[in-house]
Design a protein around this ligand. Structure first.
Ligand SMILES: Nc1nc2c(c(=O)[nH]1)N[C@@H](CN(C=O)c1ccc(C(=O)N[C@@H](CCC(=O)O)C(=O)O)cc1)CN2
Length: 284
């Protein structure tokens, strides 16, 4: 029985990167099961994701990490090596709209999410029954302008207490502070209910209706201090026409939100996303 691991890395472009990776893996009796690479010749950077199986006797994750570190240092790599069998622990944040939370819980229950949903946090009590129905703990953390600092401190305590790997904002309608965004950099994903960069901010479907668009969509992105400006992971669109009023756009938009968010969460948890400045490389 072999173990499955995933190596992701980025580094300055130069000859010998792939050779270094593959000879390291071969030297440890590992077999590559999937490989994807992107050479950004414009910026002189290489992005790579390799999944591989390793013999269980004598090969451990920590051992591979310790022995790959000097190889990586020689190329100036930023890298991650993780056990593909270990599902990242996810905290889902939500306000009153339930469609994204319900979708993620259903995918998790039906083993279609490569993550463990361990906690739901909301600034309203309304969706506690939805989490309870799936046996997931729910924490009501009210937020006002005055209480936002302590509410965010509690959230960070929960992230640490529950050993959270990823925070998912599944229609959480409060703006996170710059400090919280810094603390959660690269491990918080938001679903914005428009096809960014169009209609950022509040009420995007009403903005879209006023503009008379023929396509509406949703955007899953990493959360940064700049509202709706974080690195885009996935987008989904749906065709509409003149008959669709704002309410109808809200309704059809939900499908785009559910799909874009679920894909983004799965790809993040499978180690298929690498940050590239304010953009992403997605090995889907
Ligand atoms: N630092 C960030 N925080 C959040 C982001 C983000 O990109 N960076 N995304 C939002 C989600 N969102 C749009 O996708 C969004 C949510 C809320 C608002 C907003 O103006 N909220 C008001 C309060 C509204 C209310 O109480 O119902 C506010 O916070 O003053 C805009 C965009 C999640 N957070």
């Amino acid at each position: 029985m072999n173990s499955e691991f995933v190596l992701t890395l980025s580094c300055p472009e130069r000859p010998g990167i792939l050779h270094a990776v593959t000879s390291f893996l071969l030297g440890h009796g590992c077999d590559i099961t999937e490989h994807q690479q992107f050479d950004d010749t414009e910026h002189g950077s290489v992005f790579l994701r390799t999944s591989f199986s390793a013999p269980t006797d004598g090969v451990t994750l920590d051992g591979l990490r310790d022995e790959f570190a000097p190889v990586a240092a020689g190329f100036g790599m930023e890298w991650q090596l993780r056990d593909a069998a270990v599902k990242p622990r996810v905290l889902v944040m939500v306000s009153k709209f339930d469609h994204c939370l319900a979708d993620l819980l259903y995918r998790w229950r039906s083993d279609a999410l490569d993550a463990e949903i361990v906690l739901v946090v909301s600034n309203h009590p309304d969706l506690e029954p939805l989490a309870a129905a799936e046996g997931v703990p729910f924490q009501h953390v009210p937020v006002t302008a005055a209480t936002k600092p302590e509410a965010e401190a509690l959230l960070l305590d929960l992230v640490e207490e529950h050993r959270i790997d990823l925070v998912v904002l599944a229609r959480y309608m409060q703006v996170l502070s710059d400090d919280l965004c810094k603390q959660l950099e690269g491990r918080a994903i938001n679903i914005h209910h428009s096809f960014l960069p169009s209609f950022a901010g509040a009420k995007p479907y009403h903005q879209a209706h006023r503009r008379g668009v023929k396509l509406v969509g949703a955007t899953a992105h990493y959360v940064t201090a700049d509202l709706d400006e974080g690195p885009i992971i996935e987008q989904e669109i749906i065709r509409v026409d003149h008959r669709a009023g704002p309410e109808r756009l809200v309704t059809v938009g939900r499908d785009a939100e559910r799909l874009a968010l679920a894909r983004a969460v799965n790809w993040h948890c499978q180690g298929r996303i690498l940050l590239h400045g304010n953009r992403t490389v997605v090995f889907s």
